[in-house]
Design a protein around this ligand. Structure first.
Ligand SMILES: Nc1nc2c(c(CN[C@H]3C=C[C@H](O)[C@@H]3O)cn2[C@@H]2O[C@H](COP(=O)(O)O)[C@@H](O)[C@H]2O)c(=O)[nH]1
Length: 350
């Protein structure tokens, strides 16, 4: 069966008189999420973890070595990834970021593939054809389209799944925001947590959560990184102005845990070390995987608090969790070759 014919057959076209229903429940004036569910649910995991430990001692040692100069570097307008500087004044940049972050996961099965290939590939595709990310095109994305979008010379890991995720983005954008991701950002009314929740609610692919010892745990890595990328690409202005950007956590990926282990801040059980060293697959949703991710979130929150404690009153600008994330992630990227292996989980979440 021809894929596009099958999909075309299954999509019911909304007739003209049905306007795209505005989201009645989204009243940004009063119901702003005051807390980030990632913080409190990750803490539950850290409190009950058996395979991963966060060392407060190593955190205070790391903070002791932090100088005012280094701190200033962390909070400087990040040397933000130039691929993300695709600022056309607004809407196209947001569309680009949503597509990049819809695909921003699990590069490791292809040893040559990494995040940069994604961000550069999609940017090149957009420069070649500014309509390539229009929602009514995303709606029909096939696996081959994903490979073309990245400009990759072979199949991309989980290619068909990535295509499904882009079709989902196209469909939800058309249903709710006339196809424009920038309208979704505007609907969040300048709240980072509202935008995070909105993205997690509208696109199931961004709904990064697990059930750990009977408790629901939210990591929301790609939902948060999308907000962080909008903030960074617009330099905290215009569409990137979020009054609660400091409420985001770090982004629970597979690179930062390696850096924190190297700093002695995270430690794994002997059994888990052995699995990671031999590059054994750690199943998505397993206790070991959830503990690695949630303890990483908690470790960076403790690090942020320890820095605030040390530099409070010095007048130094204190880093947000996402600025600590970019710092740690860059360290991980630069040391990909000489750091121990990262854990390997086949997933769409990170
Ligand atoms: N924690 C955190 N994880 C991040 C990012 C980024 C890129 N974003 C920044 C880049 C420029 C702008 O500053 C963007 O903000 C990708 N990843 C994750 O890393 C993994 C990819 O690793 P490798 O296979 O080595 O490329 C994968 O899970 C991917 O999802 C980040 O910033 N923080």
């Amino acid at each position: 069966m021809d894929f596009t014919k099958w999909i075309k057959g299954s999509v019911t076209r909304r007739s003209a008189e049905h306007h795209s229903a505005p989201l009645p429940w989204l009243v940004t004036s009063s119901i702003e999420p005051a807390i980030n569910p990632v913080k409190e649910t990750s803490q539950f995991v850290a409190d009950h973890a058996e395979h991963v430990h966060v060392s407060l001692k190593a955190i205070s040692e790391a903070v002791n070595e932090l100088t005012v100069e280094k701190l200033a570097e962390l909070v400087a307008p990040t040397a933000f990834n130039k691929d993300l500087h695709y600022v056309d004044g607004g809407s196209l940049t947001v569309q680009y970021l949503l597509v990049v972050d819809a695909l921003n996961f699990c590069f490791w099965p292809d040893a040559e593939l990494e995040y940069e290939n994604l961000s550069r590939g999609v940017k090149a595709a957009l420069e070649a054809d500014p309509t390539v990310l229009d929602a009514d095109k995303l709606l029909w994305t096939s696996g081959d389209d994903v490979q073309r979008l990245l400009g990759w010379d072979r199949q991309v890991p989980l290619q068909d799944e990535r295509a499904r995720l882009l079709r989902e983005v196209g469909s939800a954008l058309l249903q709710n925001f006339g196809g424009h991701a920038s309208k979704m950002v505007e609907a969040a009314g300048g709240s980072a947590l509202t935008l995070m929740q909105l993205v997690a609610q509208l696109f199931s692919g961004f709904r990064d959560h697990a059930v750990y010892k009977g408790h629901q745990v939210f990591l929301y890595k790609r939902a948060q990184i999308f907000v962080g990328d909008v903030y960074g690409a617009f330099g905290g202005e215009g569409l990137g102005a979020f009054w609660d950007i400091d409420q985001l956590t770090m982004f629970a990926d597979y690179r930062v845990p390696v850096v924190l282990r190297n700093m002695g801040i995270l430690s794994y059980s002997d059994e888990l070390v052995a699995k990671v060293e031999r590059k054994e697959i750690i199943p998505a949703g397993s206790e070991e995987e959830v503990e690695i991710r949630a303890c990483t979130v908690v470790a960076v929150e403790r690090l942020r608090e320890a820095i605030a404690h040390k530099f409070r009153g010095t007048g130094a600008q204190l880093p947000h969790a996402i600025q600590l994330d970019w710092w740690l992630w860059e360290i991980g990227e630069q040391n990909r070759q000489n750091h121990p292996p990262h854990h390997r989980t086949l997933t769409i979440f990170y």
